[in-house]
Ligand binder design. Structure first.
Ligand code: FES
Length: 85
């Protein structure tokens, strides 16, 4: 099974063990959700920084109402042009 950063519950920040559902809960609580506020709260992105592009993509899709999607078949992985399947 491949890693899917859009699948709810997936760990995005390996350094600080932060999952995308933690991000989702946090963004739902915030009036102006941001990756910066998430980083302050959970420390994600404050070590290697590899998770930041993923959180930024998720936040952008969250704000557009595109993530989380209703079914796994809607899930897509086009980040850096990589597609699953
Ligand atoms: S993976 Fe998030 S700081 Fe390293």
């Amino acid at each position: 099974m491949s890693w899917d950063f859009r699948k709810v519950g997936t760990r995005i920040c390996v350094c600080y063990n932060v999952t995308n559902d933690q991000a989702l809960d946090s963004w739902r609580e915030q009036k102006t959700p941001s990756v910066e506020a998430l980083s302050k709260r959970f420390n994600c992105g404050q070590n290697c920084g590899m998770c930041i592009p993923y959180f930024r993509t998720l936040l952008r899709e969250f704000q557009r109402g595109e993530w989380p999607c209703n079914s796994e078949s809607d899930s897509k992985n086009e980040w850096f042009g990589v597609k699953n399947g």
